[in-house]
Design a protein around this ligand. Structure first.
Ligand code: GLA
Length: 731
């Protein structure tokens, strides 16, 4: 441990003429967060932005007028990050710096600022983890005390950031089931903007715990200064932006304290989840690239391993699982070049077979009426087809119609004295993950599957219900307000145990679709299911928003049937493929319903995706033209870090006769390099005019390529959709 390595003892004079020393500079390759933390005084915020050189740091004027982590009690009217009630009833905190130290880890430095109350034995450590290979700083806190009685935590944000007023716009994601990740953009106005979640289990359907602040007016994809923030938490959260009478917007993010006040015992440490911050001068896309790099390098499971191309059985057969059907699907995906088959819901239940969604969750025994040779039979078939096998589970749940519920009714979350409010199928209930016995049960489910069938390659882990009843049979009466927090602690403990023993397993986080797209779960999960809505046109909007924070490698994106099962829209296969290929490609369809031509198109797409998989899954994302701008076209591209290969996507989002679509300029290429253009998934009778030709990066970024609005296909194949995927390779 290096003590005080990031402390710059500058002895500066701030604009108010106050001398302060002990300036702390937390740096990533291109960003700096500057704080003032003089021993015995308050910790203050000075600066967050592009990396400062020593000269500018020395001359830094102003700042230091806001607490870096505001607490409640001695400035009551302002919003605060932490509010407590001491054991003796005192409602106030007054924290001063008691020490600072920095740990240098392999790819990051962790600065800890230790604060203590002036009077009470109450301690708060604020951490800043600065990555050295990605421009992200994580901040979180640890609270503890040695007061005689327990201290009640009423508010406990992970972090706080003052953002200078000006023309600051907020970009956030909202939505609902089947419409996740929708972009909302608004200028920050006086008053309070709150983005929150109270689902209890899933936290990214209706809103996301990640936001971006564009500091220079209306958000732009490729220019302008942007602060990005992502709360790394799987449970209820609250983001607050208070625009009061001061010069700053005050941004707070952390666990949602509503109905969650926490009684902290003497000696216990309460750690808040990390809030990840990034800063970019390259617009929203730049902030996204920072998050993606950090996400792949440090957060999501196996961020450096290419994902397999899979077929998931859900939309193909729903609950109609049987061995012959599974074998046929495996054979079909294998014949198209796929690498993995995932059997979804419907395979389990003994006393209560899972025929639809109203029974059997919790009874994780294979239904041998449907699968006479069990899971091993399926794995053997997968091997025969030379693909891998994956399976669906929903471990945190039960149905009241299940053997599990009959045996352990006390394991479900329920309010004392009240009738159970039930979920999906009219019988679903949530297990009480605070209870270590429930944690063991869930761990054992995965452990048993993996011990009996070590060849299982992939688990789709679903979670299809909110906490609808506040009550834990495990927690004591005085700790009932810990329910939401303990649920997610329990969830994380289970995930940690699974990962300790099954580090190579691929696990998808599904939660009624995109209910678990967050950096709290991603350390244990490889990817998430973006949405139960597989409609390609709507997916452009959802995947666009989701890509603000999450890399393509984590975004499961499947080719599904037409008409689509959610929107009933009929979209040609070419377009469905071109959208799915911009994420982690898979299929969610009954292949036996496809004709030979469709199968051939999918086979070609899968083989071409294999060629560009690394560009999509590990490349830098440049969003070029937003579908939300309603210009009739959406476009984005991925570029390798070496800038020698790129994949460009162009999707027409609406069609009118004689319409005029904007030309889309490319971005992220090397202006000096020349790139040869090759169209992928081509259906046109003639190649595009630029096929096989080579252009400089400078030309492509200044002009783009003129994409024909329609496809040159035989008359009977004409339709209102058009899309293109172009592969660019340095020559
Ligand atoms: C949820 C998931 C779907 C599917 C079903 C199975 O809705 O989001 O993908 O797995 O459950 O019941």
């Amino acid at each position: 441990m290096k003590i005080n390595s990031s402390l710059l003892l500058l002895g500066m004079v701030c604009s108010h003429g106050v001398l302060f020393a002990d300036t702390i500079s937390v740096n990533t390759p291109h960003t700096s967060l500057i704080l003032s933390a003089p021993a015995g005084n308050e910790m203050k915020f000075i600066y967050y932005g592009n990396r400062l050189n020593d000269q500018d740091l020395n001359q830094l004027a102003g700042g230091a007028s806001y607490a870096a982590y505001p607490v409640y009690g001695l400035n009551c009217p302002t919003e605060t990050a932490m509010a407590v009630r001491h054991g003796d009833g005192n409602m106030t905190l007054d924290l001063i710096v008691s020490g600072v130290n920095t740990d240098t880890l392999s790819n990051s430095t962790v600065t800890r600022i230790a604060l203590k109350d002036k009077i009470y034995p109450f301690y708060l450590n604020v951490f800043y983890k600065a990555y050295q290979d990605a421009d992200v700083i994580e901040t979180w806190t640890e609270v503890s005390h040695s007061e005689k009685k327990s201290v009640l935590l009423n508010q406990f944000s992970s972090g706080y950031l003052p953002i200078r007023r000006g023309e600051v716009w907020l970009s956030s994601l909202y939505g609902s089931w089947a419409n996740e990740g929708i972009v909302a953009q608004e200028p920050l106005a006086p008053g309070m903007k709150i983005i929150k979640n109270k689902d209890g289990v899933r936290n990214s359907h209706t809103a996301h715990g990640e936001v971006m602040f564009s500091l220079d007016g209306r958000p732009q994809e490729n220019y302008g200064n942007v602060i990005g923030a992502a709360l790394c938490y799987s449970g209820n959260y609250k983001l607050r932006v208070d625009t009061d009478d001061s010069e700053y917007h005050h941004f707070f993010a952390g666990i949602n304290e509503e109905n969650s006040s926490y009684e902290l015992a003497k000696g216990e440490i309460f750690a808040t989840p990390a809030l990840a911050l990034t800063y970019s001068s390259e617009g929203l896309s730049g902030a996204s690239r920072n998050f993606h790099k950090w996400g792949r390098n440090h957060k999501l499971a196996h961020g450096d391993v290419p994902r397999k191309i899979l077929l998931n059985s859900w939309e193909g057969v729903y609950f109609d699982i049987n061995e012959t059907g599974m074998d046929q699907m495996m054979s079909d995906i294998a014949s198209m070049g796929g690498e993995l088959f995932v059997m979804d819901d419907g395979w389990f239940g003994d006393k209560y077979p899972r025929l639809t969604d109203n029974s059997s969750l919790g009874d994780w025994i294979v239904d041998t009426r449907k699968l006479p040779n069990g899971i091993q039979g399926l794995i053997d078939n997968a091997k025969k087809h030379d693909i891998r096998f994956g399976i669906w589970i929903e471990p945190e749940m039960a149905n009241t119609t299940s053997e599990l519920f009959e045996k352990h009714p006390e394991w479900v979350i329920e309010a004392p004295q009240r009738e159970l409010v039930l979920g999906r199928g009219g019988t679903q209930v949530v297990l009480d993950l605070a209870n270590p016995k429930v944690q063991d049960f869930i761990y054992d489910l995965v452990d048993t599957l993996m011990t009996n069938y070590p060849e299982i390659d992939y688990i789709k882990w679903d979670a299809n219900m909110a906490v609808m009843n506040h009550g834990s049979n495990y927690l004591t009466k005085d700790k009932q307000s810990h329910l939401y927090i303990e649920y997610h602690r329990g969830f994380e403990k289970i995930c940690q145990r699974i990962r300790a023993n099954y580090p190579d397993l691929t696990i998808q986080a599904c939660a009624s679709g995109g209910g678990r797209a967050n950096y709290g779960v991603l350390p244990y999960f490889d990817e998430f299911w973006v949405s139960d809505n597989t409609d390609a046109l709507q997916r452009i909007y959802m995947q666009w928003g989701t890509s603000y924070f999450f890399p393509a490698i984590a975004m499961a994106s499947h080719i599904s049937a037409a008409p689509n099962h959610q929107t009933f829209r009929t979209i040609p296969l070419k377009y469905r493929i071109d959208v799915a290929m911009s994420g982690r490609l898979g299929m969610e369809i009954q292949p036996k319903n496809m004709n030979d031509e469709e199968i051939a198109l999918c086979r070609k797409a899968i083989s071409q995706y294999k060629e560009i998989r690394d560009v999509v899954q590990f490349g830098d994302l440049y969003r070029l033209m937003s579908p939300y701008d309603k210009k009739g076209v959406a476009s984005l591209m991925y570029v390798t870090p070496e800038k020698n290969r790129a994949v460009y996507y162009w999707w027409k989002t609406e069609t009118f006769c004689n319409q005029h679509l904007p030309k889309v300029r490319m971005a992220g290429l090397d202006p000096e390099k020349r790139y040869t253009v090759k169209e992928l998934n081509r259906i046109d009778n003639e190649p595009l005019p630029f096929e096989g030709k080579s252009y400089s990066g400078a030309y492509l970024m200044a002009n783009g390529l003129e994409i024909p609005y329609t496809h040159n296909v035989d008359y009977h194949k004409l339709n209102d959709y058009a899309s293109r995927v172009l592969y660019l390779e340095e020559n």
